[in-house]
Design a protein around this ligand. Structure first.
Ligand code: SF4
Length: 363
Protein backbone atom coordinates (compact mmCIF):
# COMPACT_ATOMS: atom_id res chain seq x y z
CA UNK A 1 0.00 0.00 0.00
CA UNK A 2 1.21 3.52 -0.77
CA UNK A 3 2.71 5.41 2.11
CA UNK A 4 0.48 8.21 3.45
CA UNK A 5 1.60 11.71 2.57
CA UNK A 6 2.79 13.45 5.68
CA UNK A 7 4.99 16.21 4.25
CA UNK A 8 5.89 17.97 1.05
CA UNK A 9 6.72 21.37 -0.35
CA UNK A 10 4.01 23.24 -2.28
CA UNK A 11 3.89 22.02 -5.88
CA UNK A 12 3.31 24.19 -8.93
CA UNK A 13 0.90 23.65 -11.84
CA UNK A 14 -2.40 22.34 -10.49
CA UNK A 15 -5.95 23.52 -10.06
CA UNK A 16 -9.12 22.65 -8.19
CA UNK A 17 -11.87 20.91 -10.17
CA UNK A 18 -15.57 21.59 -9.72
CA UNK A 19 -16.08 18.11 -8.29
CA UNK A 20 -13.65 18.87 -5.46
CA UNK A 21 -10.71 16.93 -6.80
CA UNK A 22 -7.35 18.58 -7.45
CA UNK A 23 -5.86 18.16 -10.91
CA UNK A 24 -2.10 18.10 -11.40
CA UNK A 25 -1.15 19.86 -14.64
CA UNK A 26 2.57 19.01 -14.74
CA UNK A 27 2.34 16.15 -17.20
CA UNK A 28 -0.22 14.92 -19.72
CA UNK A 29 -1.58 12.39 -17.25
CA UNK A 30 -3.48 15.16 -15.45
CA UNK A 31 -3.96 13.08 -12.30
CA UNK A 32 -7.16 14.02 -10.46
CA UNK A 33 -6.78 13.49 -6.76
CA UNK A 34 -8.81 13.30 -3.59
CA UNK A 35 -7.26 14.32 -0.28
CA UNK A 36 -4.30 12.11 0.64
CA UNK A 37 -3.92 10.54 -2.80
CA UNK A 38 -0.71 10.38 -4.77
CA UNK A 39 -0.39 10.85 -8.52
CA UNK A 40 0.79 8.07 -10.77
CA UNK A 41 4.37 9.33 -10.39
CA UNK A 42 4.03 8.64 -6.65
CA UNK A 43 6.07 11.67 -5.60
CA UNK A 44 3.40 14.34 -6.16
CA UNK A 45 0.21 14.20 -4.18
CA UNK A 46 -2.58 16.09 -2.49
CA UNK A 47 -2.05 17.25 1.06
CA UNK A 48 -4.36 19.73 2.78
CA UNK A 49 -6.07 20.61 -0.50
CA UNK A 50 -2.99 21.46 -2.49
CA UNK A 51 -0.48 19.57 -4.59
CA UNK A 52 2.82 18.89 -2.90
CA UNK A 53 6.15 17.42 -3.95
CA UNK A 54 7.22 14.82 -1.40
CA UNK A 55 10.80 14.31 -2.58
CA UNK A 56 12.22 17.82 -2.46
CA UNK A 57 15.82 17.63 -1.25
CA UNK A 58 15.90 13.84 -1.30
CA UNK A 59 17.96 11.68 -3.58
CA UNK A 60 18.55 8.04 -4.35
CA UNK A 61 22.27 8.69 -4.42
CA UNK A 62 24.94 10.64 -6.28
CA UNK A 63 27.51 9.43 -8.74
CA UNK A 64 30.07 11.13 -10.95
CA UNK A 65 29.60 9.77 -14.48
CA UNK A 66 31.08 10.56 -17.86
CA UNK A 67 28.81 12.98 -19.73
CA UNK A 68 28.76 10.43 -22.57
CA UNK A 69 26.77 8.12 -20.32
CA UNK A 70 23.68 10.41 -20.31
CA UNK A 71 24.18 9.98 -23.37
CA UNK A 72 25.45 13.31 -24.68
CA UNK A 73 28.18 13.15 -27.32
CA UNK A 74 28.19 16.82 -28.35
CA UNK A 75 28.15 18.49 -24.95
CA UNK A 76 31.48 19.08 -23.18
CA UNK A 77 32.95 15.70 -24.27
CA UNK A 78 35.11 13.87 -21.79
CA UNK A 79 33.90 15.81 -18.76
CA UNK A 80 32.50 14.42 -15.49
CA UNK A 81 28.91 15.10 -14.51
CA UNK A 82 27.44 14.81 -11.02
CA UNK A 83 24.38 12.63 -11.51
CA UNK A 84 21.43 11.91 -9.29
CA UNK A 85 17.76 10.99 -9.24
CA UNK A 86 14.99 10.76 -6.70
CA UNK A 87 12.18 8.20 -6.90
CA UNK A 88 9.08 7.59 -8.99
CA UNK A 89 8.27 8.25 -12.63
CA UNK A 90 5.35 9.55 -14.68
CA UNK A 91 5.64 6.80 -17.27
CA UNK A 92 5.06 3.12 -16.69
CA UNK A 93 7.49 1.60 -19.20
CA UNK A 94 7.40 -2.18 -19.02
CA UNK A 95 11.03 -2.21 -20.18
CA UNK A 96 12.30 0.27 -17.59
CA UNK A 97 16.06 -0.09 -17.14
CA UNK A 98 16.08 1.87 -13.85
CA UNK A 99 13.00 0.34 -12.27
CA UNK A 100 14.41 0.05 -8.76
CA UNK A 101 14.42 3.85 -8.62
CA UNK A 102 11.61 4.83 -10.95
CA UNK A 103 9.17 2.31 -9.49
CA UNK A 104 10.20 2.91 -5.90
CA UNK A 105 7.10 2.97 -3.74
CA UNK A 106 8.89 3.07 -0.43
CA UNK A 107 10.77 6.25 0.18
CA UNK A 108 13.54 4.32 1.88
CA UNK A 109 15.08 4.23 -1.61
CA UNK A 110 15.83 7.91 -1.31
CA UNK A 111 17.91 8.26 1.75
CA UNK A 112 20.26 11.11 0.93
CA UNK A 113 19.21 14.61 1.93
CA UNK A 114 20.78 17.31 -0.20
CA UNK A 115 19.92 20.97 -0.58
CA UNK A 116 20.36 22.63 -3.99
CA UNK A 117 23.35 24.53 -2.60
CA UNK A 118 24.95 21.33 -1.29
CA UNK A 119 24.62 19.72 -4.71
CA UNK A 120 26.09 22.71 -6.53
CA UNK A 121 28.94 22.84 -3.99
CA UNK A 122 29.62 19.13 -4.43
CA UNK A 123 29.78 19.57 -8.20
CA UNK A 124 32.26 22.41 -7.79
CA UNK A 125 34.35 20.46 -5.29
CA UNK A 126 34.49 17.39 -7.52
CA UNK A 127 35.32 19.47 -10.61
CA UNK A 128 32.18 18.43 -12.43
CA UNK A 129 31.15 20.76 -15.23
CA UNK A 130 27.50 19.84 -14.91
CA UNK A 131 24.86 18.27 -12.72
CA UNK A 132 22.55 15.75 -14.38
CA UNK A 133 19.01 14.90 -13.32
CA UNK A 134 18.90 11.30 -14.34
CA UNK A 135 18.01 7.75 -13.19
CA UNK A 136 14.37 8.93 -13.01
CA UNK A 137 12.53 11.73 -14.78
CA UNK A 138 13.13 15.23 -13.35
CA UNK A 139 9.79 16.48 -14.72
CA UNK A 140 8.08 15.00 -11.67
CA UNK A 141 10.37 16.83 -9.23
CA UNK A 142 10.68 20.02 -11.23
CA UNK A 143 10.57 22.38 -8.22
CA UNK A 144 13.67 20.68 -6.79
CA UNK A 145 15.42 20.38 -10.17
CA UNK A 146 14.87 24.07 -10.90
CA UNK A 147 16.25 25.16 -7.52
CA UNK A 148 19.29 22.92 -8.06
CA UNK A 149 19.76 24.41 -11.54
CA UNK A 150 19.65 27.93 -10.14
CA UNK A 151 22.21 27.11 -7.46
CA UNK A 152 24.40 25.54 -10.13
CA UNK A 153 24.20 28.51 -12.49
CA UNK A 154 25.30 30.82 -9.68
CA UNK A 155 28.48 28.76 -9.52
CA UNK A 156 29.04 28.34 -13.26
CA UNK A 157 27.86 24.72 -13.28
CA UNK A 158 25.48 23.70 -16.03
CA UNK A 159 22.57 21.28 -15.75
CA UNK A 160 21.46 18.34 -17.85
CA UNK A 161 17.95 16.86 -17.90
CA UNK A 162 17.60 13.23 -18.87
CA UNK A 163 13.90 13.00 -19.55
CA UNK A 164 11.13 11.36 -21.50
CA UNK A 165 9.87 14.84 -22.34
CA UNK A 166 6.41 13.96 -21.02
CA UNK A 167 5.44 17.39 -19.75
CA UNK A 168 2.70 19.88 -20.54
CA UNK A 169 3.20 23.23 -22.24
CA UNK A 170 3.37 25.65 -19.31
CA UNK A 171 5.76 23.77 -17.00
CA UNK A 172 7.80 22.80 -20.07
CA UNK A 173 8.72 26.47 -20.53
CA UNK A 174 9.77 26.98 -16.93
CA UNK A 175 11.57 23.67 -16.62
CA UNK A 176 13.73 23.96 -19.73
CA UNK A 177 14.48 27.63 -19.12
CA UNK A 178 16.69 26.39 -16.32
CA UNK A 179 18.38 23.56 -18.23
CA UNK A 180 21.49 23.84 -20.39
CA UNK A 181 21.35 20.44 -22.05
CA UNK A 182 19.01 17.49 -22.29
CA UNK A 183 18.73 13.99 -23.55
CA UNK A 184 15.17 13.18 -24.48
CA UNK A 185 13.99 9.59 -24.76
CA UNK A 186 11.96 9.07 -27.89
CA UNK A 187 10.88 5.62 -26.85
CA UNK A 188 9.26 4.55 -30.07
CA UNK A 189 7.53 6.16 -32.98
CA UNK A 190 3.97 4.91 -32.79
CA UNK A 191 1.14 5.86 -30.46
CA UNK A 192 0.58 2.10 -30.04
CA UNK A 193 4.05 1.61 -28.58
CA UNK A 194 3.59 4.45 -26.10
CA UNK A 195 0.10 3.28 -25.19
CA UNK A 196 0.81 -0.42 -24.69
CA UNK A 197 4.29 -0.33 -23.21
CA UNK A 198 4.34 3.04 -21.40
CA UNK A 199 0.62 3.83 -20.90
CA UNK A 200 1.28 7.27 -22.29
CA UNK A 201 1.25 9.15 -25.59
CA UNK A 202 3.78 9.98 -28.27
CA UNK A 203 2.41 13.38 -29.31
CA UNK A 204 3.43 15.35 -26.17
CA UNK A 205 7.00 14.02 -26.50
CA UNK A 206 7.19 15.25 -30.09
CA UNK A 207 5.88 18.63 -28.92
CA UNK A 208 8.69 18.81 -26.36
CA UNK A 209 11.29 18.01 -29.02
CA UNK A 210 9.95 20.69 -31.35
CA UNK A 211 9.78 23.15 -28.48
CA UNK A 212 13.41 22.50 -27.54
CA UNK A 213 14.59 22.91 -31.11
CA UNK A 214 12.67 25.99 -32.08
CA UNK A 215 12.12 27.92 -28.87
CA UNK A 216 15.14 27.32 -26.64
CA UNK A 217 18.92 27.27 -26.71
CA UNK A 218 19.06 23.99 -24.79
CA UNK A 219 21.51 21.60 -26.41
CA UNK A 220 19.70 18.29 -26.75
CA UNK A 221 20.19 14.83 -28.14
CA UNK A 222 17.67 12.02 -28.61
CA UNK A 223 17.81 8.42 -27.43
CA UNK A 224 15.74 5.54 -28.73
CA UNK A 225 16.09 2.24 -26.88
CA UNK A 226 15.46 -0.43 -29.51
CA UNK A 227 13.46 -3.40 -28.24
CA UNK A 228 13.32 -6.51 -30.41
CA UNK A 229 9.93 -6.87 -32.05
CA UNK A 230 8.50 -3.73 -30.46
CA UNK A 231 10.01 -0.61 -32.06
CA UNK A 232 12.87 -1.88 -34.24
CA UNK A 233 11.18 -2.34 -37.62
CA UNK A 234 12.61 -0.65 -40.66
CA UNK A 235 9.33 1.19 -41.18
CA UNK A 236 9.30 2.66 -37.69
CA UNK A 237 12.95 3.71 -37.75
CA UNK A 238 12.46 5.29 -41.18
CA UNK A 239 9.40 7.17 -39.90
CA UNK A 240 11.23 8.42 -36.81
CA UNK A 241 14.23 9.51 -38.88
CA UNK A 242 12.06 11.29 -41.44
CA UNK A 243 10.22 13.15 -38.67
CA UNK A 244 13.49 14.25 -37.06
CA UNK A 245 14.83 15.55 -40.37
CA UNK A 246 11.57 17.31 -41.17
CA UNK A 247 10.87 18.88 -37.77
CA UNK A 248 14.26 19.17 -36.10
CA UNK A 249 16.77 19.17 -38.94
CA UNK A 250 19.85 17.02 -39.53
CA UNK A 251 22.01 18.21 -36.63
CA UNK A 252 20.23 16.75 -33.59
CA UNK A 253 22.26 13.68 -32.56
CA UNK A 254 20.35 10.43 -32.31
CA UNK A 255 21.42 7.49 -30.14
CA UNK A 256 20.09 3.97 -30.69
CA UNK A 257 20.74 1.98 -27.54
CA UNK A 258 20.44 -1.68 -26.65
CA UNK A 259 17.68 -3.08 -24.44
CA UNK A 260 18.42 -5.78 -21.92
CA UNK A 261 15.66 -7.83 -20.26
CA UNK A 262 14.35 -5.96 -17.26
CA UNK A 263 11.29 -5.17 -15.12
CA UNK A 264 8.15 -6.50 -16.88
CA UNK A 265 9.94 -7.59 -20.06
CA UNK A 266 12.20 -10.35 -18.80
CA UNK A 267 11.18 -12.64 -21.65
CA UNK A 268 12.21 -10.29 -24.43
CA UNK A 269 15.75 -10.97 -25.67
CA UNK A 270 18.50 -8.32 -25.63
CA UNK A 271 18.86 -6.17 -28.72
CA UNK A 272 21.31 -7.75 -31.17
CA UNK A 273 24.18 -5.36 -32.01
CA UNK A 274 23.30 -5.78 -35.66
CA UNK A 275 19.88 -4.20 -35.04
CA UNK A 276 21.55 -1.07 -33.69
CA UNK A 277 23.96 -0.87 -36.60
CA UNK A 278 21.10 -1.34 -39.05
CA UNK A 279 19.09 1.43 -37.36
CA UNK A 280 22.13 3.70 -37.48
CA UNK A 281 22.40 3.02 -41.20
CA UNK A 282 18.73 3.83 -41.79
CA UNK A 283 18.86 7.11 -39.87
CA UNK A 284 22.12 8.12 -41.54
CA UNK A 285 20.64 7.38 -44.95
CA UNK A 286 17.64 9.54 -44.06
CA UNK A 287 20.02 12.46 -43.56
CA UNK A 288 20.67 12.61 -39.80
CA UNK A 289 24.32 13.57 -39.51
CA UNK A 290 25.22 12.26 -36.08
CA UNK A 291 23.80 8.86 -35.30
CA UNK A 292 25.26 6.67 -32.57
CA UNK A 293 24.90 3.19 -31.13
CA UNK A 294 24.94 2.66 -27.37
CA UNK A 295 25.09 -0.07 -24.71
CA UNK A 296 27.25 -2.21 -27.02
CA UNK A 297 30.92 -2.24 -27.91
CA UNK A 298 30.97 -0.42 -31.23
CA UNK A 299 33.73 2.21 -31.55
CA UNK A 300 32.69 2.98 -35.12
CA UNK A 301 29.08 3.59 -34.09
CA UNK A 302 30.15 5.79 -31.19
CA UNK A 303 32.54 8.01 -33.13
CA UNK A 304 31.66 11.47 -34.44
CA UNK A 305 32.50 11.99 -38.10
CA UNK A 306 32.58 15.22 -40.09
CA UNK A 307 29.43 15.10 -42.18
CA UNK A 308 31.19 16.82 -45.09
CA UNK A 309 34.64 15.22 -45.42
CA UNK A 310 34.12 12.13 -43.26
CA UNK A 311 37.17 12.65 -41.04
CA UNK A 312 36.96 11.37 -37.45
CA UNK A 313 36.19 14.41 -35.31
CA UNK A 314 35.82 12.67 -31.94
CA UNK A 315 36.86 9.04 -31.65
CA UNK A 316 35.24 7.01 -28.87
CA UNK A 317 35.56 3.54 -27.46
CA UNK A 318 32.76 3.24 -24.95
CA UNK A 319 33.05 6.35 -22.80
CA UNK A 320 36.75 6.86 -23.57
CA UNK A 321 37.77 9.52 -26.08
CA UNK A 322 40.32 8.05 -28.52
CA UNK A 323 40.72 10.91 -31.00
CA UNK A 324 40.05 14.66 -31.10
CA UNK A 325 40.13 16.48 -34.41
CA UNK A 326 38.07 19.56 -33.66
CA UNK A 327 39.67 22.98 -33.86
CA UNK A 328 39.31 25.43 -31.01
CA UNK A 329 36.27 26.93 -32.75
CA UNK A 330 34.48 23.54 -32.99
CA UNK A 331 35.27 23.02 -36.66
CA UNK A 332 36.75 20.04 -38.51
CA UNK A 333 40.53 20.34 -38.68
CA UNK A 334 40.49 19.06 -42.26
CA UNK A 335 37.68 20.92 -44.02
CA UNK A 336 36.58 23.59 -41.52
CA UNK A 337 32.96 22.44 -41.25
CA UNK A 338 31.40 23.31 -37.90
CA UNK A 339 30.34 20.46 -35.66
CA UNK A 340 27.12 21.35 -33.80
CA UNK A 341 27.19 21.13 -30.03
CA UNK A 342 28.88 22.70 -27.03
CA UNK A 343 32.62 22.15 -27.14
CA UNK A 344 35.67 23.70 -25.54
CA UNK A 345 39.13 23.97 -27.08
CA UNK A 346 40.42 21.23 -24.78
CA UNK A 347 38.26 18.18 -24.15
CA UNK A 348 37.84 16.51 -20.76
CA UNK A 349 39.72 13.41 -19.67
CA UNK A 350 37.31 11.80 -17.26
CA UNK A 351 37.10 8.60 -19.29
CA UNK A 352 34.73 5.82 -18.29
CA UNK A 353 35.09 6.14 -14.52
CA UNK A 354 32.01 5.94 -12.34
CA UNK A 355 32.50 7.35 -8.89
CA UNK A 356 29.79 7.32 -6.17
CA UNK A 357 29.90 10.38 -3.89
CA UNK A 358 28.14 11.41 -0.71
CA UNK A 359 26.31 14.73 -0.83
CA UNK A 360 24.43 16.04 2.17
CA UNK A 361 23.41 13.75 5.00
CA UNK A 362 21.61 10.48 5.49
CA UNK A 363 18.08 10.35 6.79
S1 SF4 B 1 3.39 14.78 -12.59
FE1 SF4 B 1 2.69 13.00 -11.40
S2 SF4 B 1 0.86 13.71 -10.32
FE2 SF4 B 1 1.28 15.20 -11.94
S3 SF4 B 1 0.00 14.52 -13.66
FE3 SF4 B 1 2.03 13.62 -13.95
S4 SF4 B 1 1.93 11.58 -12.98
FE4 SF4 B 1 0.16 12.78 -12.24
Amino acid sequence: MDQPIIEGIPGRYWHLLEDGRVQCDVCPRYCKLHEGQRGLCFVRGRLRDQMVLTTYGRSSGFCIDPIEKKPLNHYLPGTPVLSFGTAGCNLTCKFCQNWDISKARALDRIQDRASPEAIAEAATRSRCRAVAFTYNDPVIFLEYAIDVAQACRERGISTVAVSAGYITAEPRVEFFRHMDAANIDLKGFTEGFYKHLCSSRLAPVLETLEYLKHETNVWFEITTLLIPGENDSQTEIEAESAWIIDRLGPDVPLHFTAFHPDWRMMDTPPTPPETLRRARGIATKAGIRYVYTGNIHDPRGQTTYCHVCGVVLIGRDGYELTAWNLSADSTCIKCGTRCPGVFEPIHGRWGSRRHPVRVGGRR
